[in-house]
Write a protein that binds this ligand. Structure first.
Ligand SMILES: [Zn+2]
Ligand SMILES: [Zn+2]
Length: 98
């Protein structure tokens, strides 16, 4: 089962340590644990699609007792913020394309 509150991780982009790491992707390896890549709240939106950011939010809020019914823990708020930014970026792309 995925840990809803991973500890401190380094951001892929800006290399700062963040207490609310956003999982970008996990690479399954044939041996050993999966290799996970994380980003901070500021960098994560650039790496995630709308579906991915929504998935991350649900993956956290579903097992997290603090995030029912609202995203109320630090991690939940961070994921909600990331999803909001991805949503906004997606809208800008759609508007400039039309
Ligand atoms: Zn970063
Ligand atoms: Zn939570």
């Amino acid at each position: 089962m995925a840990d809803p509150n991973p500890s401190i991780r380094m951001c892929l982009d800006c290399k700062t340590l963040t207490t609310t790491p956003i999982l970008l992707h996990a690479e399954d390896r044939t041996s050993g644990p999966a290799f996970c890549v994380y980003a901070c709240v500021d960098c994560a939106p650039a790496h995630l699609t709308l579906t991915q950011s929504l998935d991350r939010l649900f993956e956290h809020t579903h097992p997290c007792p603090d995030c029912t019914p609202l995203d109320s823990c630090e991690m939940g708020l961070a994921l909600a913020r990331v999803h909001g930014r991805v949503l906004r970026r997606q809208r800008q792309i759609t508007e400039s394309a039309s």
